[in-house]
Design a protein around this ligand. Structure first.
Ligand code: PEP
Ligand code: MN
Length: 237
């Protein structure tokens, strides 16, 4: 099945890439605003920050939740950047929309779960918001496409895929293996679907960000989502 798509109509850098940048998570109002102001100065037009963080083990910082959403609103008002955050449940969708988040994305753990994807799709019925879907943690193109089909069938037409690499036991170079053949095959199957590269979760290390961005550009990706922090060495996630 093909996806029924419309152009994203986001502020883009002609011709590409369009760039979304911001911290892994919204830690404090000050960290969010400082990072956003710095990115704005660099010409960034879209800001990301995680409000709800899926952590591998309990006890880690799981995001500030709803209290951090007004900070995103403030970013939009003070910098004019569009804001993006991860949603994993219908409650997240409802709250993100309530606070005017412009772009929603679905994380890699959620896109691997068809029940969770269907619940998200049901909560997005009749809502016109761009939804970006990260690849599932496992290298399964059909599962990735299926996750996007569920959202699309709910009526969401402005969509993009985010390539963030695939989990493996081997972490010698990458935190998540790029397996470029998978997004390349996705492009062949659904040529109209914009594909964004997330070098931060593929690389997991600062020195891999630039070469991964370059590789994504060489392969014809449309955009980049890059993690960025005003004080990276003290980031909470
Ligand atoms: C993130 O974007 O911070 C995140 C948790 O990503 P992923 O779902 O790719 O692990
Ligand atoms: Mn992250």
């Amino acid at each position: 099945m093909d996806l029924e798509l419309q152009p994203l109509n986001l502020p883009s850098d002609n011709p590409r890439p369009f760039v979304i940048a911001g911290p892994c998570s919204a830690e404090t109002e000050e960290q969010v605003m400082t990072t956003a102001q710095q990115l704005k100065k660099l010409g960034c037009k879209m800001f990301r920050a995680g409000i709800w963080k899926p952590r591998t083990k309990p006890g880690g910082f799981e995001g500030n939740g709803e209290v951090a959403l007004p900070w995103m609103k403030q970013v939009k008002e003070e910098t004019g950047m569009l804001t993006a955050t991860e949603v994993a449940t219908p409650e997240h969708v409802e709250l993100a929309l309530k606070y005017g988040i412009d772009i929603l994305w679905v994380g890699a753990r959620t896109s691997a779960n068809p029940f969770a994807m269907q619940a998200l799709a049901d909560s997005l019925k009749g809502v016109d918001v761009p939804v970006f879907v990260k690849n599932p943690v496992n290298p399964d193109l059909e599962l990735w496409i299926g996750a996007m089909e569920r959202i699309n069938q709910a009526g969401v037409k402005r969509m993009a895929a985010i390539h963030r690499g695939f989990s493996s036991f081997d972490k010698k170079i990458y935190r998540n293996l790029p397996m470029w053949q998978i997004p390349i095959e996705l492009r062949r199957r659904i040529p109209d679907l914009p594909i964004i590269c997330d070098p931060s979760h593929i690389g997991g290390r600062r020195e891999l960000i630039a070469p991964l961005c370059q590789q994504a550009m060489d392969l014809g990706f449309d955009g980049l989502m890059v993690e960025s922090h005003c004080s990276p060495d003290s980031a909470w996630s």
